[in-house]
Design a binder for this molecule. Structure first.
Ligand code: ATP
Length: 354
């Protein structure tokens, strides 16, 4: 491993600016290189220490770095340098400032399939670069598909936290990723492969066209069941303006057997991405994505995210309350009625804040 971890203080070289995102164990901040005045995104990954559960394991961080070091493509984020400090590893990444692709689309009044397929093509080109370099992303989902800047529609794939180099020797099986987007082989703990990413591209395309998530159930268990049972359909109301070409593209990705699923090259050659006949070009141009439902999908998603913050606030206030109350409260009943009150207060507070 030849990764150079710089050990001198990060702040000696960079001015650290605003937070621009956060993940499980990472905070991403805008930063400016003092000498060149170039801007970057610095991902501060908290290291796991001792036997604790907080922070990312060093071996996982090194895997992410090693994958990023192998990539160089216009549709994939690039890594500039790495700093190692006592508490964190800092990845200095190319700055992506156009926000999530799905947020951009939700602000459009309409989007033709021709435009939608141009976005999917860029995703495919980024993924082809990964697959050609024996890398699987394993966490392809809308949050990880961003636009380079506000004035252009150039796509960048981010978040290589779960990405892996596929080697012939290693049999890779693991439960990872976000339930809605994972392939049947992930659910059933069978070997993962490049095809695992292709399934997720099918889910992303389905949502983009219809504003509905194909396998999402009321519970995680139900979602897993829908995935393994291949329980999806093109509901007429949602897909009435969708071309048959687009549906065929998706159907080639929702194939349970990973060996029979369309590869990235198959997809790049599919007529929905690369029309061969005039009627295919016309079909794509005249079909539209279901923008109304897409907008409400995004609104529901934002709402779910807000509720997660509320629940986090509640847990926080509960644990503070619990600490304060252990001395004074003797019965559990009294404690739980107090928590209900806290919950109401913080939801009230949050709704007002919204
Ligand atoms: P998760 O826990 O969701 O897997 P993570 O800890 O691996 O996340 P990332 O997904 O890499 O972290 O980054 C978290 C967020 O920071 C992203 O969703 C995105 O909004 C923002 N972000 C990450 N990289 C960049 C970048 N290069 N430029 C701009 N914003 C970025």
């Amino acid at each position: 491993d030849t990764t150079v971890f710089k050990l001198e203080p990060f702040e000696d070289h960079y001015d650290v600016g605003d937070d621009i995102g956060s993940g499980h164990f990472a905070v991403v901040r805008k930063c400016t290189h003092r000498e060149t005045q170039q801007t970057f995104a610095a991902k501060f990954i908290r290291k796991r220490r001792g036997g604790g559960r907080k922070g990312a394991k060093m071996e996982e961080i090194v895997k992410e770095i090693n994958v990023l070091r192998c990539v160089s493509h216009p549709n994939v984020i690039s890594l500039h340098e790495v700093y190692d400090t006592k508490l964190e590893v800092i990845l200095v990444l190319e700055l992506v400032s156009g926000g999530e692709l799905f947020e951009y689309i939700s602000e459009r009044e309409a989007l033709s399939e021709e435009e939608a397929s141009a976005f999917i093509k860029q995703i495919l080109e980024g993924v082809k670069h990964l697959h050609d370099n024996s890398i699987v992303h394993l966490d392809l989902k809308p949050e990880n598909i961003m636009l380079l800047d506000q004035n252009c529609t150039s796509i960048k794939l981010i978040d290589f936290g779960l990405a892996r180099k596929i080697s012939d020797r290693e049999d890779m099986r693991a439960m990872m990723g976000t339930a809605e987007f994972i392939a049947p082989e992930v659910v059933s703990y069978e070997p993962l492969s490049f095809a695992t990413d292709m399934w997720s591209i099918g889910v992303i395309t389905y949502i983009l066209l219809s504003g509905s998530s194909p396998f999402l159930g009321d519970t995680q268990q139900e979602t897993y069941h829908n995935i393994t049972a291949l329980n999806f359909s093109f509901d007429h109301d949602l897909f009435k303006n969708t071309s048959d070409l687009a549906k065929d593209f998706i159907e080639r990705l929702f194939v349970k057997n990973p060996r029979k699923r369309a590869s990235v090259d198959d997809c790049l050659n599919h007529p929905w991405i690369k029309p061969k006949e005039r009627r295919e070009t016309i079909a794509r141009r005249s079909a539209m994505i279901n923008i109304d439902n897409f907008k409400s999908f995004m609104a529901r998603k934002r709402w779910r995210q807000s509720m997660r913050v509320v629940s986090l606030c509640n847990r926080l206030s509960r644990s503070i309350q619990l600490r304060k109350s252990t001395d004074t409260l003797s019965s559990r009943n009294t404690l739980s009625s107090r928590n209900t009150l806290d919950e109401e207060v913080s939801i009230d507070f949050f709704v007002t804040a919204l």
